[in-house]
Ligand binder design. Structure first.
Ligand code: GLP
Length: 244
């Protein structure tokens, strides 16, 4: 296995990720940086550490380009639950050296097929992603590539597993309003990302970490394809690593 697996105390994760990001930006200031949503970047202060380093003058994003791999379908871009809103609140809105408009799929588009094609063109025009931060879904998803017998290569509309829908959000008044789909990059954009840094923590992720990174490569565990990636770093805490 070419995967680089690192097991760290939870409080060191933010520094390790920020060091990897710093190295990337020093190596290539014009890097295309792929982001992620989910609870982990917040819980472990990953984005806060980048903001802190930027304010301290240790890191600058003025030539970097940010892109997010997925977005919920059927809600306005400025909805409180949208991934654009999440990124704006937790990272983009707090950076001072950001010059380029971050890219994210538009889940409110009335022509989702056209939006998928547009996003693939954005990726191609950027030359794909240089450095992609990722989380691991409890069911093995990466970005919003859900387990399935078939994983598209290109950006597509994925059907969300029931447990991955934001059902507990107070911002949806009824079940009907809760997004059931997302627009997500496909496997091609994942594999073309030149560096991947995946963070997974907690004992509830231990089974999936073992399946994804020490089990067979299968479309039913999308994260298992990272075993084929030439430059993926998997950052775990001891709890998440306990079954590998
Ligand atoms: C969401 C995102 C995924 C991310 C996952 C991780 O489902 N679409 O890209 O990997 O959250 O979630 P958490 O960090 O909350 O475990």
């Amino acid at each position: 296995i070419r995967l680089k697996i690192e097991v760290l105390p939870p409080e060191e994760i933010k520094n390790r990720v920020a060091d990897l990001l710093s190295e990337q930006i020093k190596r290539k200031p014009t890097s295309v940086l792929g982001m992620t949503t989910g609870s982990s970047p917040i819980k472990y202060g990953i984005y806060q550490e980048w903001i802190r380093r930027e304010q301290a003058g240790e890191i600058s994003f003025h030539e970097a380009k940010f892109i997010n791999p997925d977005e919920l379908v059927g809600i306005p871009v400025d909805h409180p639950e949208s991934y654009r809103t999440y990124m704006q609140e937790h990272l983009f809105g707090q950076l001072q050296t950001l010059r380029y408009e971050p890219q994210i799929p538009d889940g409110s588009s009335r022509d989702l097929m056209a939006e998928c094609l547009r996003f693939d063109q954005v990726l191609a025009d950027l030359g794909y992603v240089d450095w992609q931060l990722m989380g691991l879904g409890l069911n093995g998803h990466i970005a919003f590539i859900e387990p399935s017998n078939h994983i598209p290569a290109k950006t597509y509309v994925s059907q969300l597993f029931v447990e991955n829908r934001p059902v507990h959000s107070p911002h949806f008044r009824s079940e009907d309003e809760v997004p059931k789909q997302s627009i997500t990059i496909g496997l091609e954009a994942v594999m073309k990302a030149r560096n991947i840094v995946l963070v997974a923590t907690g004992d509830n992720k231990a089974d999936m970490v073992a399946k994804a990174f020490a089990g067979p490569i299968t479309t039913n565990v999308p994260a298992s394809f990272l075993q084929l990636h030439a430059n993926a770093t998997i950052i775990l805490d001891a709890a998440a690593a306990s079954k590998i």
